[in-house]
Design a protein around this ligand. Structure first.
Ligand code: FES
Length: 92
């Protein structure tokens, strides 16, 4: 089981516990953490997040990513991770 830490809009870190069987996007949705998304297939780039710590496995995507960026729809955690949004204002 892995922990996903996300900072909510008040700056408080919330921890979600997942088995790493689904994409980060799906895991966030199942925990009622809502982020932008559209295609769910690595095409649109709307679900980009910052990986602040930990590691993920990342499926192929068409979106050019900068260092530390992941697509929530294409990435699954393989360790405990901490994620944030591109503009540092996450979630909920
Ligand atoms: S939802 Fe389109 S790239 Fe993730």
């Amino acid at each position: 089981m892995f922990r996903i830490d996300v900072d909510n809009i008040n700056g408080k870190t919330e921890s979600l516990y997942v088995y790493g069987e689904h994409s980060i996007l799906t895991e966030l949705e199942q925990h009622n953490v809502l982020i932008n998304h559209s295609c769910r297939q690595g095409h649109c780039g709307s679900c980009v997040l910052q990986l602040l710590s930990g590691n993920v496995t990342h499926k192929d995507c068409l979106v050019p990513l900068s260092q530390g960026e992941i697509l929530a729809c294409r990435a699954m955690p393989i360790t405990d991770i901490k994620i944030g949004s591109r503009n540092q204002s996450l979630l909920f």
